[in-house]
Design a protein around this ligand. Structure first.
Ligand SMILES: Nc1ncnc2c1ncn2[C@@H]1O[C@H](COP(=O)(O)OP(=O)(O)O)[C@@H](O)[C@H]1O
Ligand SMILES: [Mg+2]
Length: 613
């Protein structure tokens, strides 16, 4: 006889209670399981009724295909499912459920009742399960569909119950679960009631209408639509533009084959796509729907199926990254549409009243093409040959001091809208920081350094993608004195600097000569940039510097190369900058994700001055 307790098979109720810990750890998880069952049953209408955060009661009523009366007890048995029969089925499962655990788990930890009726049945059947004990099914009056009611969750597992939070916290989680399912199933009408109050009601409709109902018109207006497909995958939905970024992750809806997921790999792909346009402390908002062949994804990783595994995770990552990156890279004139509320970026909320002014997906104005020819490629000088006639017209008769902020061209003097490029013509520079410009809508305010920094940065990236950066030899080499570490770094990374357009030669043990600088950044403070690049290099390690940290390195260079605050620009220089912004990808945000320009429409300004129009 052993001195230790003997091995025994656990009673069924206990195993179900253990499983319940994973499958229905809180009311929201039960809500999710019940809603998934309704969707799997082909329901087109689902009504959810909760009491006390779902702890007191969860009721989900659907008009799906129902359960045959004689199978009702089986529906509550563990590992009993109508959705798969074999391993083969499991590997290509398209339903949301398949583990046959949810109802059994819920029956083990609540007072559960199911009433159901298939359309061919003469009447409905109802069955109760309290703490695992099943009643005999009895007839009940019911139209087609299923009503599942779970009351007093965890009433018989007090330890579990203790982990529940307040009613309102639990309700919040339930609401999230409902909204996620609602977003994924726009064709299903749904309602959510809590403590007798109807809080959400969705009509059946298109995906866009459902996204608007959940995230608001502000989101859609400030987002870019995505619809890409490759032979193996598809992605559709809406990605919030950087100016609609949020302080938290509350508006991130990501679905794989209709299933809400939080997936590290996909999150990484999305974060990467936003990395270049979004400030590091902000979070993007999105509603993205990824579809792929069910055999390409394993959903049986986690009892609650919150995680998935992709068969070819690299391909999925690439696909998602590229689709998003492409959508987010549309140049300023296309996506960074007029914003009536200049604080939209700060609060994460665009002004709802400004909806009509925001055009998130306008195609590039024809004016861009017309003006492309006028641009000059030299970045340092920022000069451009603007046709002078436009200027004269813009400035109006007699206004010959365009350099002054007092210039007031008057509306009638505006060139006809078709002639005006999207970001308009520069009027003046304000405090050495901002450019004021006039376009067809009204006033454009540009952060000159931020905008130029992005332009230089994008230029550097494309140049480096093609080959190394072009180099500009200096007539007189510039000596720079460096510390021991920096001397060693500079010497051992000769090639790195050559790639960036530098030519360095040691003059002594503590002195380096800069003999050539990147041709794109002629006016830079070469010693300062060299020092900063060396410190980047020391921090990131050389091997990663030009691969993973390439963008940061180029960002450092762009910052040095961009026009500084307080540099006075001439009007043609300002216009050159505006034209370059119109052509540059992602120019609506600087490298750090801050906005580079805002639009104030004439009607915004009229409102400001309470001018009735
Ligand atoms: N709302 C419903 N409408 C129709 N059938 C349902 C519904 N809910 C559950 N069922 C049936 O009960 C079975 C068990 O449900 P569940 O325990 O959630 O497991 P699973 O969903 O993994 O199959 C399902 O396979 C399905 O046949
Ligand atoms: Mg289920």
């Amino acid at each position: 006889m052993s001195r230790y307790p003997a091995i025994r098979v656990l009673p069924e109720l206990l195993t179900n209670q253990i499983a319940a810990g994973e499958v229905v750890e809180r009311p929201a998880a039960a809500v999710k399981e019940l809603l998934e069952n309704s969707l799997d049953a082909g329901a087109l209408r689902i009504d959810i009724d909760l009491a006390q955060g779902g702890i007191k009661r969860i009721r989900v009523a659907d008009n799906g295909h129902g359960i045959a009366a004689d199978e009702l007890p089986l529906a509550l048995a563990r590992h009993a499912t109508s959705k798969i029969r074999s391993l083969d089925d499991l590997e290509r499962v398209a339903s949301l459920g398949f583990r046959g655990e949810a109802l059994a788990s819920l029956a083990a930890v609540s007072r559960l009742s199911i009433a159901t009726r298939q359309s061919i049945a003469a009447h409905g059947s109802r069955l109760e399960a309290v703490g695992g004990d099943l009643s005999a099914p009895e007839p009940v009056a019911l139209e087609g569909g299923t009503v599942v009611t779970a009351e007093d969750l965890f009433f018989n597992t007090p330890a579990r119950r203790k982990f529940l939070k307040t009613d309102s916290t639990e309700f919040g989680h339930c609401e999230d679960a409902v909204l996620r399912i609602a977003m994924a199933a726009p064709h299903v009408a749904m309602s959510l009631t809590h403590n007798g109050r109807r809080l959400w009601q969705f009509d059946a409709g298109e995906a866009r209408a459902r996204v608007v109902a959940i995230l608001g018109e502000e989101f859609i207006e400030a987002s870019t639509g995505i619809d890409e497909s490759a032979p193996a995958f598809g992605i559709s939905g809406w990605a919030g533009l950087p100016r609609y970024s949020r302080a938290g992750r509350d508006q991130q809806y990501l679905f794989v084959n209709g299933r809400f997921v939080r997936d590290k790999l996909l999150n990484h792909a999305i974060r990467e796509a936003y990395a270049d346009v979004l400030h590091g402390h902000r979070h993007p908002a999105y509603a993205l729907f990824i579809s792929l062949d069910p055999t390409m994804v394993d959903v049986n990783v986690h009892p609650a199926k919150a995680e998935v595994r992709f068969r070819d995770s690299r391909a999925v990552h690439q696909f998602v990254f590229h689709a998003l990156n492409k959508a987010l890279s549309r140049p300023a004139a296309e996506t960074a549409a007029p914003i009536a509320n200049p604080f939209a970026w700060v609060s994460g909320h665009a002004n709802a009243n400004s909806g009509a002014e925001i055009r998130s997906q306008a195609s590039p104005a024809p004016a861009i093409a017309a003006w492309t020819g006028a641009r000059q490629s030299s970045f340092g000088a920022l000069s451009a040959n603007e046709p002078h006639a436009f200027y004269e017209r813009l400035r109006g008769p007699g206004a010959d001091h365009a350099d002054s902020v007092m210039t007031s061209p008057g509306r009638e003097a505006m060139a006809s809208p078709a002639d005006v490029p999207p970001l308009g013509f520069a009027l003046a520079q304000l405090h050495g920081i901002y450019i004021l410009a006039q376009n067809a809508h009204g006033l454009v305010l540009v952060d000159m350094h931020a905008a130029h920094e992005r332009i230089v940065y994008e230029k550097l990236k494309s140049a480096l993608d093609l080959s190394q950066l072009a180099s500009q030899p200096l007539i007189a080499p510039i000596p720079v004195s460096l510390g021991e570490r920096d001397m060693a770094l500079a010497e051992s990374h000769h090639d790195f600097f050559v790639q960036l357009g530098f030519d360095l030669a040691p003059l002594s043990t503590r002195e380096m000569a800069i003999r050539a600088v990147p041709a794109m950044l002629p006016s830079l403070d070469a010693p300062a940039m060299l020092r900063e690049l060396l410190s980047d290099l020391a921090e990131h390690g050389a091997s990663r510097a030009l691969t993973e940290k390439r963008d940061e390195i180029l960002g450092t260079m762009a910052c040095h190369g961009a026009v500084r605050a307080n540099r006075m620009l001439t009007v043609p220089e300002m216009n050159a900058l505006l034209r370059q912004m119109e052509e540059t990808e992602r120019s609506g945000q600087c490298n750090h994700g801050r906005p580079t320009w805002y639009q104030f429409s004439v009607s915004d300004l009229d409102k400001l001055f309470m001018r009735g129009r």
